[in-house]
Write a protein of this length. Structure first.
Length: 418
């Protein structure tokens, strides 16, 4: 029988972080898709588009490992608002340069590399700080809100397409820069205590180490923790393959639709817009109702399989069927996300969250980077749809082999009250 939870979710700090996230996410969604369209228009090449995506992804192979170790001993709140201020300045600068008529693809790729590096640190800091602002018993509800808001920000994509075709990219970069400044100004006012810093500083086994030596020790300890928790390791390995499928879809879907259909970018929005709607509806459901604890593992596994199959078939079926499949994928996606993120973040100790999230992000990014490169190469020799289907079926196999066959290790993490 489910016990009533009297702890309020909407505390002052949780409200601030949520509002700040909304502001920055909506601005980022507006600029991000328009940047992709500009690269496609400028290069006209799926392979060059893949290389552009890689410049954003490459930093996420190394940076999260280092930042995760640092952020278990440093204020995650300070890192979050500092990076938001930095991002705001960079986007405003790039927007002004484009407004003046200046453009260079190599410099644009470098801009993507810098933003990718900042985002690599930010995501580890945010993922490790956000759980500290959630009151006991509200993890599932809080992450359903986070997922719903992220989903709603995707509704900026159609607006980004219209604005890009009307005015170009620079206005959206300026808007994104301002949104980061607003978010940072809000985040400065969060008052949550970060007790893990003192706990780490009191460790006797690292007090005599130099700074670099301590970072290397913390990195090693983070991976040892992940490997010692077989359930967490199995989840992380599956999401490496899931990220491979996602990376392939990112490289293939938009260029395929844009090159094979008139106004293909709008068809892309129709299909993935239905996924956004599905995620929004699913998120609102999970905000109001909790998934029965004993069913979480089986629901997550079923969703992993369905998503892989449906996403692999998007480009083979009529658009209206793909839209229906996208809607189902959206509902399933927010369900699996809520189960996975709330379970792992409530399971991992606060003083280890930075290193765990850094290691997890590196594994996921490795998968995305590998697939972005090889999917781009394979499309030169194979049908784009077949390449996407191949990567998606590999993710289905990984779900069955790694998660399904290791249920005794994953269930204690997923099937918990949060």
């Amino acid at each position: 029988m489910e016990t009533k939870n009297n702890n309020p979710l909407w505390t002052r700090d949780f409200t601030i972080i949520t509002i700040g996230s909304v502001v920055s996410m909506f601005g980022n969604s507006l600029a991000g898709f328009a940047m992709s369209l500009m690269v496609l228009d400028y290069t006209g090449s799926t392979f060059m588009y893949a290389l552009y995506l890689m410049t954003y992804t490459v930093p996420q192979l190394i940076v999260p490992i280092i930042s995760g170790a640092v952020l278990d001993r440093f204020s995650r709140k300070k890192m979050i608002y500092t990076l938001d201020f930095a991002s705001g300045a960079i986007y405003l600068t790039m927007g002004m340069l484009l407004w003046s008529g200046w453009f260079s693809f190599p410099i644009f790729a470098l801009f993507s590399l810098v933003i990718g590096s900042i985002n690599s640190i930010y995501m580890v800091a945010y993922d490790s700080f956000y759980p500290l602002l959630i009151t006991e018993g509200n993890f599932s509800k809080a992450y359903s809100i986070a997922s719903t808001l992220e989903t709603l920000s995707n509704f900026m994509v159609p607006l980004a397409t219209v604005l890009y075709n009307l005015m170009g990219l620079w206005p959206m970069l300026l808007v994104n820069g301002v949104s980061f400044f607003v978010a940072a100004c809000l985040e400065v006012n969060i008052k949550a205590e970060e007790s893990y810093i003192e706990k780490q500083s009191q460790r006797l086994d690292t007090q005599d180490m130099k700074r670099v030596e301590r970072v290397l020790f913390d990195i090693k300890e983070g991976f040892l923790y992940l490997f010692s928790e077989k359930g967490l390791m199995v989840i992380a390995v599956y999401f490496l393959f899931s990220a491979m499928a996602g990376g392939a879809a990112e490289v293939i879907c938009l260029p395929y639709l844009k090159s094979n259909y008139k106004n293909g970018e709008y068809l892309f929005q129709c299909i993935f817009g239905m996924a956004v709607i599905g995620r929004g509806i699913g998120g609102m459901y999970h905000y109001r109702r909790k998934i029965p604890e004993q069913l979480k593992f089986y629901i997550a596994l079923m969703v992993y399989v369905i998503i892989g199959v449906f996403e692999g078939l998007y480009l083979y079926v009529p658009v209206n069927v793909a839209m229906l499949m996208g809607f189902i994928v959206g509902i399933g996606g927010v369900t699996s996300y809520t189960i996975r993120i709330s379970s792992t973040q409530s399971y991992v100790p606060d003083e280890t969250k930075g290193r765990f999230n850094g290691a997890f992000q590196v594994l996921s990014t490795s998968g995305a980077l590998i697939s972005q490169f090889f999917a781009g190469v394979l499309t030169v020799y194979m049908d784009q749809r077949a390449v996407l289907l191949l990567f998606e079926l590999v993710s289905v196999g990984a779900a069955i082999v790694f998660v399904g066959f290791n249920g005794k290790h994953v269930k204690p993490i997923y099937n918990r009250s949060m």
